[in-house]
Design a protein around this ligand. Structure first.
Ligand code: ZN
Length: 228
């Protein structure tokens, strides 16, 4: 039986490996040695919608570092894609205008790194605002009050809770759907009560967000693409 798709090749070292290239997409499929090619084809066909969804999600969630910073490029923000529009003019902070992410700067300043920095500053400003709003909304429900809230860049996590009771959040969470930001905020707030991932901690998270498991799984699946 075929059992898994879209795994990294390192994860396949010890198992039988078949590699498929279709429409320039590389699929890695785990299967037993007795699985026939017809069975594999059938399996791939039956899973094609799921595969396409995963590929689209991975592509959409590619980190800003893969970008060219040119007009027309899509930037995810709270689960939606916004097209970038680079305009000539005096320097102005990035704005979300009529569904477009508008960068305005003089032609001489329009180097990819400057546009990129400007976009990152925009994401950070949004994170400051949205996360503070969510803290205000959820802190009384959890029954805690953080000593402070800071937005940071982390390479491999969504946030942290300091010994002083301050919460720190990774601005990259703004690339994920809004509900994921809710979950990360609630998760961190609950750490002010329980500093571990004990069953008591998860009970507390579930009390505030009964469907937290969906968000947890989504982030487990997509964090690598977002944080890379
Ligand atoms: Zn945690």
């Amino acid at each position: 039986m075929a059992t898994a798709l879209l795994l990294k090749s390192s994860a396949l070292a010890a198992v039988n490996r078949r590699t498929y290239v279709r429409k320039k997409v590389l699929y890695l499929l785990l299967c037993t040695t007795s699985t026939s090619i017809e069975k594999i084809d059938q399996f791939l066909l039956s899973k094609r919608l799921w595969i396409n969804e995963k590929m689209t999600l991975q592509r959409d969630m590619a980190p800003a570092s893969n970008k060219q910073f040119v007009s027309g490029e899509a930037y995810p923000y709270l689960g939606r894609d916004y097209r970038l529009k680079v305009e000539h003019g005096p320097f102005a902070p990035v704005k979300l205008l009529q569904g477009r992410l508008v960068v305005q700067m003089p032609e001489s300043g329009q180097q990819p790194c400057m546009i990129g920095n400007s976009i990152v500053r925009w994401y950070k400003r949004q994170a400051e605002q949205k996360i503070r709003e969510k803290i205000k909304r959820y802190a009384p429900i959890v029954g805690v009050e953080p000593a402070g809230v800071n937005i940071k860049t982390f390479k491999s996590r969504w946030g942290s809770c300091t010994a002083k009771g301050e919460l720190e959040f990774n601005w990259l969470i703004m690339l994920a759907p809004n509900r994921m930001v809710d979950y990360v905020v609630i998760h961190k707030l609950c750490h002010l009560i329980h500093h571990d991932h004990s069953s008591e901690f998860w009970w507390e998270v579930g009390r505030v967000m009964p469907d937290y498991q969906v968000c947890r799984e989504w982030l487990l699946e997509n964090s690598e693409g977002l944080l890379a």
